[in-house]
Design a protein around this ligand. Structure first.
Ligand SMILES: [Zn+2]
Length: 83
């Protein structure tokens, strides 16, 4: 032990044995309002629904229309009509 005093050594040993670790601790309990305000932004937004340019039915953007099977003005899928 070079450069470390007996007292310092025993303090370090005590810290190791008792697992005393210095860490950041919140000063106050987070209130219900603060918690709820924070979590209000965690909600997943609903997908935007557009209108198909070919048939006018509601369709998800950048996806083939499930009603008529068209995408960007051309037929991509053959949609069977069941009644
Ligand atoms: Zn369509």
């Amino acid at each position: 032990m070079v450069g470390i005093g007996r007292l310092e050594f025993t303090e370090n040993l005590k810290n190791i044995l008792t697992h005393e670790v210095i860490m950041a601790v919140p000063k106050r309990k987070t209130s219900k309002m603060k918690k709820r305000l924070r979590r209000a932004s965690h909600r997943r937004p609903l997908p935007k629904v557009g209108v198909c340019s070919a048939c006018g039915d509601p369709a998800l953007p950048h996806r083939v229309c499930s009603s008529c099977g068209q995408y960007n003005g051309r037929q991509v899928l053959t949609v069977s009509v069941d009644d």
